[in-house]
Design a protein around this ligand. Structure first.
Ligand SMILES: [Zn+2]
Length: 365
């Protein structure tokens, strides 16, 4: 194993540097397996068969930056490709990973990674708390990775938001936490300096920026920029499979997702490849129609709620209809979740505290 010292540059030092973005090498990015388009349906009571799911190199972003993603058509949460994309930057300085896929496929994710590098896994950054992105954290920490994330993500993991129990059921006890998988190195979003990296790594000929985001998909989101490859992993505040999802309990908001799209317009160049957590690779202009849809639906939901409509009336108004033909993964539950988020957000929306929101369970809605 060849080791070199990692150079860590703080945001203050970096602010003095011009951010130069490299030009992608000819032939990159290379899509090896594109996500499936669907539509997919699963029978009632379907359980994801983890033993059948494989993890593969699905895209190569540069000669030493590969994407790991799962099988198609098996994971009911993500039928287009199982789990959330994980990235691996590899070379003589070891491996830097972005996200870790689901816990159930940890060994397969490592096997896929070992198909192209035998380097030590040294650094891991989590883009947000969801289990399809952090599920194998403890497994990869045991491989040697030091885990980085926003402080809010650490809070969300240490003290998961309490979700209202289903009608007639007692609240479930909090699950035990495996401290091995909890981020050890944290930073926070600074509203005064949006888009500034909190951490920069110089590794394997790349310059990698961890850029904390405003509360958007969750309150602990980070995007990860690879300057030389001209690539940004933009995780889940944008999606092109299913309707938008802001995780309110973990501090997310649709409004914040609009702000996140606006920040990407400033941070990304016209040819920067953006890697969502799910769905197809995009460029920053592809985010604009998505932004317009969220703004349109929120405005219409606000008008209905202000006129005294209940949630069921707003759901029945079918406000996503103009967007269904062009939205892959268009399902009733995806639509209803999006409209319910908008309904909860346009009035009496609770603030973020320690990365979480205490969402009321308003029986009058
Ligand atoms: Zn995800």
């Amino acid at each position: 194993m060849k080791t070199r010292t990692l150079v860590l540059v703080g945001a203050a030092a970096l602010a003095a540097l011009p951010v130069s973005v490299g030009t992608q090498q000819a032939g990159y990015p290379m899509t090896i397996i594109a996500p499936a388009k669907g539509p997919f349906t699963f029978p009632a009571g379907y359980q994801t068969p983890w033993d059948k799911i494989d993890i593969m190199v699905t895209e190569k972003m540069s000669p030493n930056l590969f994407v790991l993603h799962g099988s198609q058509g098996l994971d009911s949460a993500h039928p287009d490709a199982s789990g959330g994309r994980a990235l691996a930057l590899f070379g003589p300085d070891g491996v830097l990973m972005v996200d870790t896929q689901n816990r159930q496929v940890a060994e397969k994710t490592l096997k896929a990674l070992r198909s192209f590098t035998d380097g030590p896994i040294r650094v891991l950054v989590n883009t947000h708390v969801h289990s399809d992105h952090t599920g194998a954290n403890a497994f990869f920490a045991k491989q040697g990775a030091l885990i980085y994330a926003q402080e809010n993500l650490r809070n969300e993991m240490m003290r998961p938001p309490r979700r209202a129990p289903a009608a007639g059921q007692a609240a479930a006890p909090a699950p035990a936490i495996d401290m091995t998988g909890i981020p050890a190195a944290t930073y926070s979003y600074n509203p005064a300096t949006p888009g500034e990296p909190a951490v920069t790594f110089y590794m394997n000929g790349e310059i990698v920026d961890f850029i904390p985001m405003m509360p958007s998909h969750t309150a602990g989101d980070t995007i990860v920029r690879f300057r030389n490859a001209n690539v940004i992993y933009i995780e889940d505040f944008y999606r092109n499979f299913g309707f938008p999802f802001a995780d309110h309990s973990n501090g997310g908001s649709l409004k914040g997702m609009l702000d996140a799209v606006d920040l990407i317009q400033k941070v990304a160049g016209p040819n920067t490849t953006l890697i969502p957590g799910h769905g197809t690779l995009v460029k920053k202009n592809d985010l604009l129609a998505y932004r317009a849809m969220i703004a349109d639906v929120m405005a219409k939901v606000k008008t209905l709620r202000d006129s005294g409509k209940k949630l069921r009336d707003v759901l029945a108004a079918n406000l996503t209809a103009p967007y269904e033909a062009t939205t892959l993964g268009d399902t009733q539950s995806s639509k209803d979740r999006f409209i319910t988020e908008a309904y909860d957000e346009v009035k009496d929306f609770p603030p973020v505290v320690d990365g979480k929101r205490t969402m009321g369970n308003d029986p009058g809605r």
